[in-house]
Design a protein around this ligand. Sequence first.
Ligand code: PEP
Ligand code: MN
Length: 449
Amino acid sequence: MLCCVSDRIPSLEELHALNPAQQPTYPDPAAVKSVVEELRLRPPLVFAGECDDLREHLASVAAGEAFVLQGGDCAETFDGVTAANIQGKLRTLLSMAVVMTYAAQVPVVKIGRIAGQYAKPRSKDTETRGDVTLPAFRGDAVNGFDFTPEARTPDPRRLLDVYNASAATLNLSRALLGGGFAHLRSAHSWNADFVRTAGVNERYEHLVAEIERALAFMVACGIDDDVFGTVDFYASHEALLLEYEQALTRIDSRTDRPYDVSGHMLWIGERTRQLGGAHVELLRHVRNPIGVKLGPTTTGEDALALADALDPHREPGRLTFITRFGARKIREGLPPVIEAVQASGRTVTWICDPMHGNTFEAAGGYKTRAFADVVEEVDGFFDVHDRLGTWPGGLHVELTGDDVTECVGGAELLAEADLGTRYETACDPRLNRNQSLELAFKVSERLTD
Ligand code: PEP
Ligand code: MN
């Protein structure tokens, strides 16, 4: 048993004394207190033992034996909790994973940005339209998207809705994935109902046909293909709202240790990863696997200090650095960070988020990303790791199962003028299903280089 700094869960008062960044200002503190009390009575959303399993999978990624695919919406919405929407995201993730597993012959650890991704950090606390200034939209977990004073006022009862929406999403995901939806035999059907893009689609159909032949061969040899019937799938989100995450942090009866049972893996965002800050302080004490986003200003010292705080015992699989430098900064910015971590003798999991360093505003005012920049950052990530002899452990993407028009480029050659056709994100622009699949092929090429 590892010894630990302390297994005491920091109280909300202690966390607030650290002046946490990116928290809503609730108008009624008594209402917040009663919501937190209610949340504390709710059952866990995930089982602590599953978090341990994921930590072990991530340890094999850190050891260079597997790859991670982490993806989903930038911001989930309560309206988005529908069967069609959840299935669409799962199908997209499963098809991407199958491409990587089969084409690159590496096990893929599948983690959704799902069932809890309802709160967003913002660069400004307020939004101004004309002469009206209101609180910024901070995700459905905090306030409403409509630009009215009523909608934009933070409402703590939304935290209970987050719990319910996450429970419903997890329930359907578990039922689908355990109930045959994820069977490799269905890989063909994950591709049904999508806009067909020549090239990407043909490649996928070709790969699936090969898998079907391989499965038939194994069955003919007497191998039971039930082992291909289910997949391990994990839920993750940014641990942003302290009231929610702290109320769902519980002592696990098996191990007597604290776990944040709001999701299997939690990550700390680029804007809330201050050392000594409340987010690091809370997550330092939980046993879940933890991610930290690292942006373009990160130094080797920053990464080491975070690793010392969050992973003092150097536990394999505990810590994942999700780098998001931007296509034009990664080749210079990432090497010193990796080198410092390597020199310390630590083994962490490295994941590439090629989305958040590549956002820009298109002519029509839409926030977008260029598919070519996303690919360029992924290439930079692989090149840097190849050069340093470290393992490029995974991909973290914002995607949806729908045929949205939010990122420009890709096989469909989406132009800035097309963005208005189907721009639906509640926050950052997501890859649509075809762009996601195209990226999966790109990654599998890099993995087999
Ligand atoms: C996000 O993942 O949606 C996000 C806000 O990322 P970052 O913390 O890297 O800016
Ligand atoms: Mn985002």
